[in-house]
Design a protein around this ligand. Sequence first.
Ligand code: ATP
Ligand code: MG
Length: 568
Amino acid sequence: MATPERAESLDFVRAKVAEDTASGRYEGRVHTRFPPEPNGYLHIGHAKAFNLNFSIADEFGGLCNLRFDDTNPTAEETEYVESILEDIHWLGYDWGDRLYYASDYFEQLHEYAVDLIRRGKAYVCDLSPEETREYRGTLKEPGKDSPYRDRPVEENLGLFARMKAGEFPDGARTLRAKIDMASPNINLRDPVIYRILHAEHHRTGDTWRIYPMYDWAHGLSDSIEGVTHSICSIEFENHRPLYDWFLDELEVFHPQQIEFARLYVSRMILSKRRLLQVVERGYVDGWDDARMPTLAGLRRRGYTPESIREFLKRVGVAKTESEIDVALLEHCVREDLNAKAPRVMAVLDPLRVVIENYPEEQGEEFEAVNNPEDPDAGSRKLPFSRVVFIERADFQEDPPKKFHRLAPGREVRLKHAYLVRCEKVVKDKATGEVVELRCSYDPETRGGDAPDGRKVKGTLHWVSAEHAVDAEVRILDYLLREPDPEADTAADAGAELDDLINPSSRTVLKGCKVEPSLADSPPGSRYQFLRQGYFCTDSVDSRPGAPVFNRTVSLRDTWAKIAKAAAK
Ligand code: ATP
Ligand code: MG
């Protein structure tokens, strides 16, 4: 009998699986599956679903299949299949040799349909799609029987065969299960199980002129694969009676469907249909745009698989839906990157500083520790010279009281280097804009400390002008405008995208100056830019010598504040 590794606090899904293994149901076997439809890229909501399926299989010593639910030929593409494989692997899960497609079962699913007709439990219906909808009734009113409901079995078999042979146009007929048009559960009102569709399928080509509906294909595919626990999101709860009905009527292997709450995250659109619109209407550059909540987008933005798994662990699994603050996700990525990412210097809005008493021909290097949190991360050489860049915002001509950075006459520390004092401000004559600072340095303060023990409050990051590398830096925000709890549902309810989408989700900074160690930064490398946040080398647009970085997340941890306030 299989027992979970971590038995302490089982969520309700694991508790159910544990109960089944304990009672010897399915001979104690645990077999799950993740069934994505290849009609878009996976988002972080899907990650919750496959993380749960793969983890449960793992914890109970079972197996998890990956099965593409490719029953809808018009929306599906091979590009999506490939991205889904890549993203699941990236998050750290593996389906072994169990990669399946619902379309692999089209033949068998068709045989099951013929079987259901023979059992007198399915019929070919000639109602048009509109009529079918009318006959279905509403939540308040029962439906009406189709006039074709009592067709004899032989006639149904003949018509179904002709549907399969492609004799009828799209929508002319359907095959429907004969259940109960008065059922309070609309899903049980003689649901359509096959439709006519003269469409090319990405795997079966033009073999099929009829395609199974989701509910038919899904439960039976689970059954065919010997899945024991069919774990899916909560919107399928009302489909469970239908799932069970098909399997019972056909007397085939019967998995247990279990539903859990979908993941909603503030400021993120987690609906593939909406995300497709976002892509198609050009709000972003593609499915892997670093602003997208897709796994491909989060990866490009710099999120680590570990941080996403940690996030999902903290979110947990429940039956009631709630929206998770995106600050928790950011907190998890910060925590992970704080431990891993080398700390480097990058000036995003450069201001030239000439150190007047530093000899022009002189130059030197400082040894800079890569990550004080990680003793194994080593150090690197940081070149210094007479002209450096600092952040424009680190200087104020007329500073307010609490401003401890550079100002006329003030002394600050250049990280790892020297103490410098601002002697003079050079301005553009026409505009009055500060274009350069003239400073002096104290040669006695090499490394950043004064031998006489005098204190300076400000420590600035900088890069040597002579050695600096020009870079593009993209400051990213979320796609949804505001932390609006309604926004995700509004997105589903059809509110205009223009009203929902944050118009300043990306600010591109050109002419940033980064330290030379970043010149050839490999795509996907993650850093902490000192005092700025965490950044990741863009995997598409970055070039050796001309790096491009995405801001993964800022340094300010709003989640820590939220958690602290909640604890008070
Ligand atoms: P969308 O609503 O974004 O179009 P979908 O459910 O139609 O997604 P599928 O490819 O069918 O997309 O999803 C595969 C699995 O992922 C399903 O079992 C579904 O329950 C689950 N899933 C989808 N979105 C979420 C979510 N936000 N949270 C948890 N699970 C999800
Ligand atoms: Mg779906």
